[in-house]
Design a protein around this ligand. Structure first.
Ligand code: CS2
Ligand code: MG
Length: 412
């Protein structure tokens, strides 16, 4: 079963997506998500110029060998672009292998370890009434776990607050937070950590009083605090029993988590900007996190993320796979198949894609009563309508960045 064709498909229905489509000489096809938000074309070039020529004629069945070949023969290892490219190849090959076997991918990964996947959605608001309304709307949509992001008095626009602007062509329809904004330059946002640290605990106190003690609540610190500020926030949120505090401090400095752990028992989730097992070695071995946040799309595919999660499982650390709208339906399906099969599944992030995206990517995964399931079609269960995709050419879009009051660039 030789790889006969490799296409890199770029489309921008509600936002930019990059998809690798492999076809074998006996007509089987496989899809892999290679979307790297705000840097999509770098992965397109890496795939088109450097990876596709190496794939043609290769045996599609040798997934591990192809992974090692792409990782080691490149000489230059790791990094978001390389690992997103390798991930797309890996997932496309798993899609093909499961189709060849005539079974849904999770069956090939060891079968189902649960009946479905608990998922969390993104509630947000500039003010408390907006936050309450957003939590209610997510409960009505069936979510059983909710991430809460809030505006901060004195700050114009900050990460994670849904806009009422709506999507292009869907103006005015409230849309969950899509960080990448179309335009020639990234938007600049302002930030003040002390104002944020004063305000966030008051919001979680109010949300707990309003919605009770059981509802799993999550919060994303989005890499903005110093280790001691992260410790401070973790501690001040303890009374509100969070499911997790995510990306509380930039994680390049893995030791930073030791200081946070010393001061708080709030569970910690990290890893959406990681892209290899080496980014996790210390924080898993030293039990400094409770959830692995990596997405299949950004961490070398199913082959590599499965190894990270098996390593994490030895430390009772669970999965919490990244699942915002910049993970395409192909990447989401891969996450669901892996999530259903592994033992140490924790929770799955699930932001719903827009209508145009759902028309481009035909999906067989389901969302029911707060639980996701990858479906039982052979393979990943997602197909891409190339003609539909062709309607939406790439549109430059950048993630915003932050500046402090004195003009210093800060983590966004
Ligand atoms: C976020 C993302 O979903 C999350 O947890 O951190 O929204 C993140 O900002 C985007 O994926 C960046 O592309
Ligand atoms: Mg995050």
């Amino acid at each position: 079963m030789k790889i006969d064709k490799a296409e890199v498909i770029v489309t921008s229905p509600d936002r930019n997506f990059v998809t690798l489509k492999l076809t074998t000489d006996d007509g089987l096809t496989g899809l892999g998500d290679a979307t790297l938000n705000g840097r999509e074309l770098a992965v397109v070039a890496y795939l088109t110029e450097h990876v596709v020529p190496l794939l043609l004629g290769r045996d599609a069945q040798n997934i591990e060998d192809t992974w090692q070949f792409l990782y080691r023969s490149a000489y230059w290892r790791r990094g978001p672009v390389t690992m997103a490219a390798i991930s797309a190849v890996d997932v496309a090959l798993w899609d093909i292998k499961a189709k060849a076997a005539g079974m849904p991918l999770y069956q090939l990964l060891g079968g189902a370890s649960r009946t479905g996947l608990l998922a969390y959605g993104h509630a947000s608001g500039k003010s408390l009434p907006e936050v309450f309304a957003s939590v209610n709307s997510h409960l009505e949509q069936g979510y059983k776990a909710i991430r809460v992001q809030t505006g901060v008095p004195g700050l114009e626009s900050i990460y994670g607050i849904a806009s009422n602007k709506g999507l292009p062509g869907n103006e005015g329809v409230r849309y969950d937070h899509e960080p990448a904004q179309r335009g020639a330059l990234p938007a600049e946002e302002d930030w003040d950590t002390r104002a944020y640290l004063r305000h966030v605990p008051t919001v979680f106190e109010a949300v707990r009083n309003e919605f009770g003690p059981e509802l799993p609540l999550l919060h994303d610190g989005h890499h903005r605090m110093t280790p001691i500020q992260a410790a401070q926030l973790g501690k001040s949120l303890e009374p509100y029993d969070l499911f997790w505090l995510e990306d509380c401090t930039p994680a390049e400095n893995q030791e930073a988590l030791r200081l946070v752990r010393q001061h708080t028992t709030t569970p910690l989730a990290i890893g959406e900007v990681f892209n290899s097992i080496w980014d996790y070695q210390q924080i898993i071995r030293e039990q400094l996190i409770d959830y692995v946040r990596s997405a299949v799309t950004h961490t070398g595919g199913i082959t590599h993320l499965k190894k990270i999660l098996e390593f994490a499982g030895q430390y009772q650390i669970k999965s919490g796979m990244h699942g915002p709208t910049d993970i395409s339906p192909v990447g989401m399906a891969a996450a669901m198949h892996l999530g259903l099969a592994i033992h140490n599944f924790g929770i799955q992030e699930y932001m719903k894609h827009g209508d145009k995206t759902n028309a481009v990517f035909e999906q067989s995964y389901s969302w029911n009563n707060g639980m996701l399931h990858p479906g039982n079609k052979p393979g990943l269960g997602v197909e891409l309508d190339v003609d539909e995709a062709g309607k939406y050419p790439y549109a430059t879009a950048y993630l915003p960045y932050n500046r402090l009051a004195d003009g210093t660039v800060h983590d966004w």
